[in-house]
Design a protein around this ligand. Structure first.
Ligand SMILES: Cc1ncc(COP(=O)(O)O)c(C=O)c1O
Length: 385
């Protein structure tokens, strides 16, 4: 298909492709032609949604009526999320502040549209989840990438934010903890300092807490522990193993609830009701989900041992999520070429760092360990051969 002869696309759509998806597409083509590929390229659990979630969805399908809900979501799910904050964080959150979204991806759109005006500058960490940059750009906002590295454990600190803000003020900052692609956790004290700095300078703080529940040391703190001004974005995709159900939630500061509701009514009407009902059951499936997390923990130990042996360097602290972000072995020319060769010759799909860090990503790769232990072990054997 020729793009040049077609209708001109908007300037806002000129954003980077998500290269991990290109690696996945190539891996899928090879799998379809019979090549035994092991994919460590995508950020999604290999495990299915919890049994209770699937049962709840099945019952609802049988009953037949799946409808629009309020734009803010079903009240039973919103109330259950309030209980989740009480039980997991000892936080009391008013139910009015909880909005159910079509995955955290819709949550970002709603948060950005509600909190910012065109041209506003939003600080994000590099390396970071590429969709932040792409959604911000598509919405006419300006991503301000602050490079993080081994000096601060790959974490964006309040001191780094203060320096960037002093040079050219930002109106917002988005922090993920644990983060993608590094898996690093922003410690409680540092998160507190960030929130406090933002409150003091009227900077809107967006906290991506999608990987909460997947932390292998002390549990991650929520930004709500420090203030009721942050916008918290969360999702059922990762800990709850429900990527394809497209269901997540926001906790909004009180003054932004009605604006987000107004935008949500027109943009999405509501999140899918079938997924809302399934998500409600998923919140009561903790034992099953903790068993899955125990599997990631075994995988993580294996990676921590094997990656240095295989020559990977500058490995970011593997605190949480299910990713390792590592420098490619000495002598390799770049991660794009390295990943292409690893896929073609060793039949293992991993992601070049260029998605996550446009300037330094050619030296890094992201390895997802949300697969089975046997698959990970075989993939590492193949890399070592
Ligand atoms: C840090 C981070 N935030 C958000 C998302 C989007 O997740 P979803 O829209 O499925 O909730 C992802 C997906 O990989 C992610 O890694």
């Amino acid at each position: 298909m020729s793009e040049s002869s077609g209708i001109r696309a908007s300037l806002r759509s000129e954003i980077d492709p998500f290269r991990a998806m290109d690696v996945l597409a190539e891996a899928n083509r090879m799998i379809a032609s019979g090549t035994p590929i092991i994919s460590l390229a995508v950020g999604q659990p290999a495990a299915p949604a919890p049994a209770a979630a699937r049962d709840a969805a099945r019952r609802m399908l049988d009953a037949g009526r799946i409808a629009y809900t309020d734009a803010l979501g079903r009240m039973d799910l919103r109330e259950r999320i309030v209980r989740h904050y009480r039980e997991h964080y000892g936080r009391s959150v008013e139910v009015e502040r909880v909005m159910i979204t079509t995955g955290s991806s819709a949550g970002f759109n709603l948060a950005f549209l509600t909190a910012f005006d065109p041209g506003d500058r939003i600080a994000i960490a590099a390396p970071g989840y590429p969709a932040y940059r792409n959604i911000l750009r598509a919405l006419g906002l300006v991503p301000v990438e602050i490079e993080v590295g081994s000096a601060t454990g790959y974490v964006l600190t309040a001191a780094m934010l203060a320096e960037a803000h002093e040079g050219n003020p930002v109106q917002g900052v988005l922090v993920a903890s644990p983060a993608n692609p590094t898996g690093t956790v922003t410690r409680r004290n540092e998160l507190g300092r960030l929130v406090e700095f933002c409150d003091r300078h009227d900077i809107r703080f967006i906290s991506d807490e999608i990987y909460h529940g997947l932390v292998y040391g002390e549990p991650a703190a929520t930004a709500l522990d420090f203030s009721d001004r942050p916008i918290v974005v969360n999702s059922f995709s990762k800990f709850y193993c429900m990527t394809g159900w497209r269901i997540g939630w926001l906790v909004l500061p009180p003054s932004l609830v009605r604006p987000a509701e107004r935008i949500g009514q027109s943009l999405y009407i509501s999140a899918p009701e079938l997924s809302q009902v399934a998500a409600l059951a998923a919140l009561d499936s903790e034992p099953e989900l903790l068993a899955i997390r125990a599997g990631y923990e075994r995988n993580r130990s294996l990676l921590m041992k094997r990656l240095p042996e295989l020559g990977f360097r500058d490995i970011a602290p593997i605190d949480g999520a299910f990713y390792a972000y590592a420098g490619i072995p000495d002598g390799e020319s770049g991660s794009t070429d390295f990943c292409r060769r690893v896929l073609a010759e060793r039949h293992v799909a991993i992601t070049p760092g260029t998605d996550f860090d446009t300037r330094r990503g050619e030296r890094f790769v992201r390895i997802s360990y949300a697969c089975s232990y046997d698959q990970l072990s075989e993939a590492l054997d193949r890399l070592g051969r």
